[in-house]
Unconditional design. Structure first.
Lengths: 125, 252
């Protein structure tokens, strides 16, 4: 089982290894953290591995997993937009000029949709 | 095909789209028009395709200084005179919800957004000539134009004689080309990494909300038959969603 997580981790694109991927016991973990916890043989690592195995299956997602993925998706988006060059904003053609934080709030559903698909493709990588 | 660009520049953020229209070396370019200027230009030059950029809502689209160009309250005879038989490309938020179907009663086709249309504003300004620290020029340029260039590639295709259905396909391919560009980009800085991610979010949204509404108006000029056949479910007046774009082809 440890070997599975190890090979999965090393198959992932490098820029994805430090972005949030799952939440376990209220802790949001990146692939690198999952890998490290599994290597250390911790309970958190074992639980994280189970979550990833569950998400890898093509079965329908449970309500709890869907909610967890939505939360992780937003965290990913916050992290991804955290280093925009100063002065970059987001315009809309209804007359708004938004900060990245306002954009994340306003376009939340579209961004979550994008990131949940991305997470599922990564756990199945 | 006679094309008219209504290149709204006020408020200034609209220049992120109009700067790209200005680069087209064909068509009639009406610079920063008030609604009355736009209306008289349409009546004078009788274009087959009208592209504009302006702020909007489900019922209204505006031009210079956010002055109302047309709305669902505009009398039908005015809509018919302005857009009858024409292809309308309205780069404006939300109009595909209510205004689009109203205009499409007379237009040949209506292109517009069914939700908020997003774009990136940078300190280097519209169609940037300079860059910002930590970001390569090409990356900044593509981030600045990627929301609007597909709408103009659509007009290029219409100008080249494409049927609106096929022009829409070309437009979607341009969105996909930008997505591929940003997806395959290897950032050289954290600034570039975040800008890449922002561009991918914006492309994801705009790609999914930019729709074509088949109009009931007859085209003013004879158009070639579409290469792409619409499924029967998409009859006149029905909206083509991004997800349901037809895939079947009739062949040459």
């Amino acid at each position: 089982m440890r070997g599975l997580i190890e090979s999965w981790f090393y198959r992932l694109p490098e820029d994805e290894r430090d972005l949030p991927i799952v939440e376990v016991d209220g802790v949001i973990l990146t692939p690198r953290q999952v890998y490290e916890e599994v290597i250390r043989g911790t309970e958190l690592g074992e639980k994280a591995q189970k979550v990833i195995e569950r998400l890898r299956s093509p079965m329908t997602l449970s309500y709890e997993d869907t909610e967890m993925l939505r939360k992780v998706a937003l965290e990913r988006a916050k992290k991804k937009l955290a280093s925009l060059p100063p002065g970059v904003k987001i315009g809309t053609l209804s007359g708004d000029v938004l900060t990245p934080e306002e954009f994340l709030q306003r376009a939340r559903d579209y961004i979550i949709d994008y990131e949940v698909k991305k997470i599922l493709s990564l756990v199945r990588w | 095909m006679r094309v008219m660009f209504l290149e709204t520049e006020t408020p200034e953020e609209l220049q992120y789209g109009s700067c790209l229209a200005k680069r087209r070396e064909y068509g009639i370019h009406v610079r920063d028009p008030y609604p009355e200027t736009a209306r008289s230009a349409i009546e004078q030059y009788n274009p087959d395709v009208i592209w504009w950029i302006g702020h909007g809502s489900p019922e209204v689209t505006t031009l210079r200084d956010k002055r109302v160009f047309v709305s669902t309250r505009t009398p039908e005879d005015v809509i018919k005179r302005l857009f009858g038989g024409r292809v309308v490309v309205a780069v404006s938020c939300y109009t595909a919800r209510e205004l689009g179907p109203y205009v499409a009663k007379y237009a040949f086709a209506y292109f517009g957004a069914r939700d908020a249309y997003y774009f990136i504003i940078t300190p280097a300004g519209p169609c940037p000539q300079t860059t910002v620290s930590g970001v390569r020029y090409e990356v900044l340029y593509n981030a600045s134009v990627c929301a609007f260039e597909p709408t103009l590639v659509l007009v290029d295709a219409l100008h080249g004689g494409y049927h609106p259905v096929d022009a829409y396909k070309v437009c979607r391919e341009k969105f996909e080309e930008y997505m591929q560009y940003f997806n395959s980009l290897t950032p050289v800085s954290d600034y570039e990494k975040s800008l890449k991610n922002l561009a991918l979010y914006i492309l994801h949204i705009d790609y999914n909300i930019w729709v074509m509404i088949q109009g009931q108006g007859r085209p003013q000029v004879r158009l070639v038959e579409p290469l792409t056949v619409l499924p029967a479910v998409f009859s006149f007046g029905m909206m083509l969603s991004a997800f349901a774009y037809p895939k079947t082809e009739k062949g040459g």
